[in-house]
Design a protein around this ligand. Structure first.
Ligand code: ASP
Length: 451
């Protein structure tokens, strides 16, 4: 068995670890509710004990996210270079690329359509204006005003920014899209130059193996990290805010659930013979870590590991998943569509059908330009809100309101962003005979390897 495969299998992404993370997740959510309820004493003061528990949990959660983010850039660069070099043949590469873009488009198109339909049918924003203006979000307004100004009307600039002027500068600030674009071009060039590229490809093979090993170590903290992150997230959102905009939450969650439980299985069954149940069980761990971290970039090493250790080829995983983690954000696209329609409904701004299509289209574009890090989907929403007829004051208020209630929704949509990358990788691997079905279907063999 190839070395990298052994490492991946040894990553031990098994049922045992899934169980621990799941327990961590549930315990974190319960603790978060308890902490939220006791945050303020009956006399209205801040409960210092609860506040220190929350900051300790926040510390643990941030530690976990930082550790995992630490390996993302070396992992993404090495995975793409090794993956593309191993495809070698440029015809096969362009076939992978075309399929990948086509599948990304199908998945994101479905997401924005479902989001738009649900928002138009159930009108979650109607009557919500008073909650927006009264909400505690007002305090966040100054923070977000700057972000709105930065984003507005600069769609051309956003595309320009995807091309790095200085690759090292993009790496140093963790700007994933330019890093990906450069790495992709560089990797294709390496594949083209042939034998002379061998030493550098060998170097990146070692980088990949080592970063995956580091990921394995970090994953021992996954249950604790997910526990801490979900407790902090749940403790921070007020139940008052939740009930005030419950229809917004419900519509969005319903859309995400439809995408997860109906669209992905249908997509997988239509375009491949990958068994859906095994697929979902294979990536459960990545889904839970995505929920806890709310970052598809941070989850990326795990997404790759979950797919590879079940027999999806390294060629496909290392090409499709890193690109997907940045470019394919169907959960985010759906969220952006619903959120923008929610705000226009809340402020009573009527939209023509063509404007709704425009919102969906911009959500599609904006989601692909946003990085897989917490908060990115919300910031890029300003791009879509622009020109819809909301006053500057409404824009700031509305945006700040979304900001205040976003964290928990972000956890859900990140699960989708990650799952769809894995689903597309599985389907492409099936189409290109790059999946080892003996390993994929054989849970026993996998268990044995773990023990
Ligand atoms: N946090 C999301 C992700 O990493 C992006 C977003 O919707 O903000 O996939």
């Amino acid at each position: 068995m190839k070395l990298h495969m052994q490492i991946l299998i040894a990553l031990g992404l098994g049922i045992k670890r899934n169980g621990h993370i799941f327990l961590g997740l549930i315990a974190g959510i319960i603790l978060g509710f308890i902490l939220h309820n006791y945050k303020v004493t009956p006399t209205g003061d801040v409960n210092m004990t609860v506040a220190s528990v929350i900051s300790a949990l926040d510390f643990i959660g941030q530690l976990f996210i930082r550790l995992i983010q630490m390996v993302v850039i070396p992992l993404v660069c090495s995975a793409i270079i090794v993956g593309i070099a191993s495809v070698g043949d440029s015809n096969q590469l362009s076939k992978f690329g075309k399929r990948m873009v086509g599948y990304y488009a199908i998945i994101s198109f479905t997401a924005v359509t479902i989001g738009a339909l649900l928002a138009v049918i159930f009108k979650p924003g109607v009557g919500a204006q008073s909650f927006i203006t009264q909400s505690s979000a007002i305090t966040a307004q100054a923070q977000v005003q700057e972000a709105i100004l930065e984003q507005q009307g600069h769609i051309a600039q956003i595309f320009l920014n995807m091309i790095p002027q200085n690759f090292m500068a993009s790496i140093s600030v963790g700007d994933m899209v330019p890093v990906l674009i450069f790495t992709l071009i560089f990797a294709i060039a390496l594949a083209k130059v042939g034998e002379v590229a061998r030493p550098i490809v060998g170097f990146f093979e070692s980088v990949f193996a080592a970063t995956m090993k580091v990921t394995d170590w970090i994953m021992y903290l996954a249950a604790l990290g997910v526990f801490a992150l979900s407790a902090v997230a749940v403790s921070s959102f007020g139940v008052g805010v939740f009930s005030a905009v419950s229809s917004y939450f419900m519509v969005l969650l319903a859309g995400l659930l439809i995408q997860l439980c109906i669209i992905y299985p249908t997509f997988i069954m239509t375009f491949s013979k990958v068994p859906v149940a095994i697929f979902f069980s294979s990536i459960t761990e990545a889904m839970m870590v995505a929920f806890g971290t709310a970052s598809s970039s941070a989850t990326l090493p795990l997404t790759i590991a979950c797919c590879e250790k079940r027999g999806i080829s390294h060629k496909v995983c290392s090409f499709v998943i890193p690109l997907g983690a940045t470019l394919n954000m169907d959960g985010t696209a759906m969220f952006q569509t619903v959120a923008v329609l929610f705000l226009t409904q809340a402020y009573g701004v009527p939209l023509e059908p063509m404007q709704i299509v425009q919102v969906a289209f911009f959500a599609f574009v904006a989601s692909s330009t946003c990085a897989g890090v917490p908060g990115a989907g919300l910031i890029t929403i300003a791009l879509i809100l622009n020109g819809l007829g909301l006053t500057p004051q409404q824009l700031v208020e509305g945006f700040a309101f979304l900001f205040a209630i976003d964290r928990i929704l972000e956890m859900f949509r990140t699960v989708l962003n990650v799952t769809s990358d894995a689903a597309i990788a599985a389907v492409i691997a099936d189409n290109e005979n790059e999946i080892d079905y003996d390993l994929f279907n054989n849970v026993d063999e996998y268990k044995e390897i773990l023990e």
